[in-house]
Structure formats: C-alpha cells, structure tokens
Design a protein around this ligand. Sequence first.
Ligand code: SF4
Length: 311
Amino acid sequence: MSLDIFLDDQELISRIQKLKKERNAVILAHSYERPEIQDIADYVGDSLELSRLAAKTDADVIVFCSVHFMAETAKILSPQKTVLLPAAEAGCPLADMITPTQLAIKKAEHPNAAVVAYVNCSAEIKAMADVCCTSANAVQVVDAMPQDEILFVPDQHLGRWVQTQTDKKIILWAGCCPTHQRMKVKDILDLKQQYPDAEVIVHPESNKDICDLANAILSTSQMLRYCQASESKTFVICTEMGMLHRLRTAMPDKTFLQPSKGLICPNMKMTQLEDVYESLKELKHPIEIPEPIRIKALQALNGMLAAVPLK
Ligand code: SF4
C-alpha cells in the first residue's frame, strides 16, 4: 500500500488537480457520489449525461466516479479513451439481478417482444437488448418500438411505471434497486405533515406506494431542472442521499429533505479521494469490453438516441 494514502484531503485534491492536467483527464461523478467527490469533479450528472459528455471531450482519460456499469457505458461510447473506475469493487446490485443466460431464456419465452434495457445493466445485457433507455426517456423509447410487447429489464419499478404511461404490454423483470426499496411511506407522510407545502419528488426506481405520493416522478437530471423551475421552496427528495448535495449546491435558497435516514447506496459511496488520486496516478482500474459485445451494446444505446434524441 502506498504511503501517499495518508495525505490530507487538501494535499490529495491539489495532487489530483495536477495529475488531471498531466494526464489530460476529466473527472466525472454521479449525483449519488460523496459530496467531496462531486466537488472535485469536472461534471456531476446522471450516468448517460456523463457518458455522453465523456464522449464529447478531448480528454484522453476519463475518471468515472460511479459504479461499474456506468463506467462501462462511457467505454462503450468512447472506446479509444482510457476509462477508469477508481473503486474497482463498486458494482450495482440492480445490474447484477440479470445475467445473459437468464435473459436468453426469457427472450425465448417471449419471441415477439422487444427487449428494452434500462441503462443500469451490464454491457453484455445491453448487447442482447433491442434498445436501451434511461429513467428520463423510458416511456418514449417503449412507445417508439414497433413491437406491441416489451420485455423491460432489469428494474421492475421503472417498468411498472412505464406500463402506466403506455398502451404496450410490458413484461417485467424482477429486479430492483435495494437503496430505493428502503424508502418508507410513513417517513414521507411524516415530512409532509411537518412541511405541508413541500413537493414530493420521486425517482421511478421506487416502489409503487412511494410513487403514489409523488407530485412528480423524475430521473435525477429531471429533478434538478424541475426544482429550479418550481416556485416551491421545499422539496422531499425520494432518491439516494447524494442527490441532495447536488440540489443544495445548485439551489442554496431552497430546502431539500430526505424522507428515510441513511438512504445510501453503499456502492456509490465507495469512491474516496484516495481512490481518485490512485486511479489517476497508476491509471487504475481501466474498463475493458470485448469488441463484439461493445459494438452490439453501442447499437442498443444508439437505438435509444435515434428513438429519443437527448436534449
Ligand atoms: Fe444500483 Fe441502486 Fe446503487 Fe443506483 S442506487 S447504483 S441502481 S444499487
């Protein structure tokens, strides 16, 4: 283990900035990352926003502070760049709830269904899908498919919410995000009692009983824009707690509350300043994807962009 890891935060941050220039690197952080990671990032956003930013920059190295499938998405879009995941063990339990073998069996059971894969899945699953979607564009992507039946993977709650917005038949996959699952109706109702004017903003990975309480059901990037445009001063934010740091930083005059204490994704909190420093210094841990899988996964991502161009 390097002695460098005993550096204090200020020294780490200045070394990270120096290495970033030397490597011609860009640091990206998901909105669920630790506050200090969001603060050193060049960009903070949702997974696809960040991957598309990464594809557009002229940086040679992308340090993607997030979980594995997100860094993979950046690599799918930017194969010529070095994409690093600072915390190699940061995975996503939702993405792990579907394997290529399981999906192949389900596809054979529903030969007429189009497979729509939420981007929260591995490159292998994306490669088996007809098209990808995000939580922001899932309804439009589903509606744009020529098939009447949609096998929606891997998040059942997002799929269920899409079903309420479309006439297509949605076949659900039994995956879910364990972090969003932990939210409790009672906690939201308690906050509503204390702050009756607060708007309840819910991520569509949440259970139906939580979605039923929402003023708006939105992806993380939509949450930011919605709260900026809203005249409300107080919001109950029903998603991972890292999002509150992003919202408070962007709108210091508004109040953002979290319903259930400790709504933390442990994987998103794995990346620490030391990991970013080590990653830049040693080029740890590069994402590699076999080219045949990358090309098919890219087709599914491009299919989404063709159906619903991102703004
Ligand atoms: Fe996966 Fe949920 Fe964590 Fe996002 S918040 S990385 S979906 S476990």
